[in-house]
Design a binder for this molecule. Structure first.
Ligand code: F0G
Length: 461
């Protein structure tokens, strides 16, 4: 019998430069998190050992992307870097018109202002913080139409990003298609734990929306990771390349907002892409007001150039295998230690279920916020709350009480090693061992918008 039953994958790159990290002590970190109001967003990153706050803008660029930086064209108007970016988006995603923006939420703002009227409803497969806020600021109401399984952290449905068409149909019947400017579809749904939508679900949605004359706008921030899961899990796709799958996903939608800081492997950038000339015309007008001329939209030429290269690299099958493979490695380690994580393991990070980790805390005692602070104190690993604090308040001022109360261990792309993954899992296990003794938090400062970024807390006595 063969000794080796299954061959390992490894990263399709090697390191050429490293960034040195500061190692800190537990008393140092205990003081640092207190000063940061028990909010990991308010820590100084110099005090962080392994930074899993987000996969947004924290990726390592490749030698090719850094080279592209040098060939960026910094012309105010008509930069060749814009045309390179436009060409990459048309070629790999298939959208017709492109407006660059400094990051994803700027594209969301422009799109929401153009398409949403006061009193409209915007259905989506779970909310994302900035996306929903822009919809609301434009006068719309977000309606969650994701399948129920997505709200259950332990349900192992392979496509928890799927839309429940019955929920959409109910909304259409109640308010009429005219009140729905578009359906907002995120690929690899962030707040559900990095969970994919299936191609067949997307096709059904396309057929339904076509019948009712409703657009589909694609939040394509993590589309390549979604494509990887389709390749691995959906019938008929295991021989297709990520590149082909991404192109097919985009073909069922009418336009997209993109935060290039994730999939596209850059530190800053985004865009709005749309097939509709009229919407493009308006977006081109608006981008000048908020971002900059329509051929740079708040970005330097070098940024646009690096995105164009990053798009190609993100569609490489080996890259995605290593990317998601690393997330799965960390997830399996945590499961071995008995830590409750969202299943199936998602694409961009491990989401720990804080409600089952700290069952003695009520949601008003902020279990996920508490757990993120404890992990930082234990090891200097910085994670993020994705629960009641992130969910914010409703228009009437009441708190949203999301079913999911999670701590996100988000992995930047091409940044950390397998040894880092071991340290992270061991830290989570150490905190898990003493979970019964952990006290909750109370909020002592709450900003009006996107409170999770700047809210402050104190430990309950
Ligand atoms: N859509 C999704 C699904 C996102 O995850 C993000 C950002 C955005 C839109 C907004 O893009 O940050 O470029 O303005 N998510 C980051 C995160 C912040 O940590 O998950 P942005």
């Amino acid at each position: 019998m063969a000794i080796i039953k299954k061959r390992s994958w490894a990263e399709p790159y090697k390191m050429k430069m490293v960034e040195l990290l500061k190692m800190t002590t537990k008393p140092y970190r205990t003081k640092a998190i207190k000063e940061a109001g028990f909010n990991t967003f308010l820590l100084h990153s110099a005090d962080v050992y392994i930074d899993l706050l987000t996969d947004s803008g924290t990726n390592s660029m490749s030698d090719r992307q850094w080279s592209a930086f040098m060939t960026g064209d910094e012309a105010y108007a008509g930069s060749k870097s814009y045309y390179l970016l436009e060409e990459a988006i048309q070629k790999y995603y298939g959208y017709k018109y492109v407006v660059p923006t400094h990051q994803g939420r700027a594209a969301e703002n422009i799109l929401s202002q153009i398409l949403i009227k006061k009193g409209d409803f915007v259905p989506g497969n779970m909310y994302f913080t900035t996306t929903r806020l822009h919809q609301e600021l434009a006068g719309g109401t977000f309606v969650d139409i994701i399948i129920d399984e997505a709200h259950d952290p332990f349900n192992e449905h392979p496509f928890k990003g799927n839309v429940d068409l019955a929920k959409l149909d109910k909304l259409v019947k109640k308010h009429g298609a005219k009140k729905i400017p578009y359906v907002c579809i995120a690929t690899n749904v962030n707040m559900a734990g990095g969970q994919p939508i299936s191609m067949s679900n997307l096709k059904e949605l396309r057929a339904y929306t076509k019948k009712h004359g409703i657009r589909i706008i694609h939040d394509m921030t993590r589309v390549a990771e979604n494509a990887y899961f389709i390749q691995q899990r959906e019938k008929g796709y295991n021989k297709k390349s990520i590149r082909e799958i991404v192109r097919e996903i985009c073909s069922y939608t009418d336009g997209a907002t993109m935060s290039a800081k994730k999939d596209a492997l850059v530190n800053i950038g985004g865009f709005l892409a749309i097939n509709d000339w009229d919407v493009f015309e308006e977006a081109r007008n608006m981008v000048v007001v908020y971002e900059g001329l329509h051929t740079y939209g708040g970005l330097a030429g070098r940024d646009m150039e690096a995105i164009a290269v990053g798009i190609v690299e993100s569609l490489d099958d080996n890259h995605q295998h290593a990317r998601v493979g690393q997330v799965e490695y960390l997830g399996h380690k945590m499961m071995e230690y008995g830590i409750p994580i969202v299943k199936p393991i998602g694409g961009h990070g491990i989401f720990v279920d804080a409600k089952s980790f700290l069952p003695h805390l009520t949601q008003d005692q902020f279990p996920a916020q508490t757990l993120a602070a404890e992990i930082y104190i234990d090891s200097g690993v910085r994670t993020m709350e994705r629960g009641i604090v992130s969910a914010g308040r409703k228009a009437n001022g009441e708190n949203h009480y999301p079913k999911l109360e999670l701590v996100r261990f988000t992995l930047p792309r091409r940044v950390y090693t397998q040894a880092h993954m071991d340290v992270i899992a061991e830290s989570a296990a150490t905190v898990y061992d003493k979970r019964k003794f952990i006290k909750g938090l109370k909020m002592v400062y709450e900003p009006k918008y996107l409170r999770f970024f700047q809210a402050r807390f104190e430990r309950l006595k």
